[in-house]
Write a protein that binds this ligand. Sequence first.
Ligand code: C5P
Length: 219
Amino acid sequence: YSKHLLKGKKIVVSAGGTQEDIDPVRYISNRSSGKMGYSIARAAALEDADVTLVSCTHALPEPVGVHMIYVHDARELEKAVNAQYDDCDALVMAAAVSDYRPAVRAENKIKKEQHDHLNIELTENPDILYGLGQKKTHQFLVGFAAETRDVIEYGKAKLAKKNLNLLVANDVAQQGAGFNVSTNIAALIYKDGHIEQYPKMTKDDLGHIIIEKIVEGIN
Ligand code: C5P
């Protein structure tokens, strides 16, 4: 049920895995489903926030009462979140951004007849969240970290490096956590160093908890 805790607040959420084109029919991506970001956007809308969801996927139903912006690759995602950033109260970067993209996008479909071996050169994508952290003024900035070991240690370092208020860290090696499942096992790491460890729960429930923390952080 809603307590209208985010009435008048603007919340931006990104979700899903970016798709980096190789040619007109192929891309490089990752296993992110977008479920976590969509759950957070729904939880924010239930609290009456003005919610913009920047989505890299078309596979999930659009949350009711949320402004949708669809993007394809990391550079489009970067443009979209930057355009929404200045007047937002909180931004949650739940998207799984490809660290690399093909250095060139072939204009035409690559044909196997033309190549015995095919090397695709990759070039680094911008770290979008790092950029947002650098120009942060009043925004409450939330990042995600998917790790397979030393989750808390890496998480703390990431929070500091990217100038975040809150980092949601999950160990994607555990069953029922991370990419492409409906549950997650998270630790919330805060700027002041305190950590809250949560048991396995649905992404919807975790979405509500993250929104609660944002409410506390921006009010
Ligand atoms: O550094 P790492 O990729 O582990 O950090 C994850 C966090 O940073 C996520 O919140 C993700 O959305 C964000 N990120 C980003 N741009 C990148 C890579 C990650 O905004 N190029």
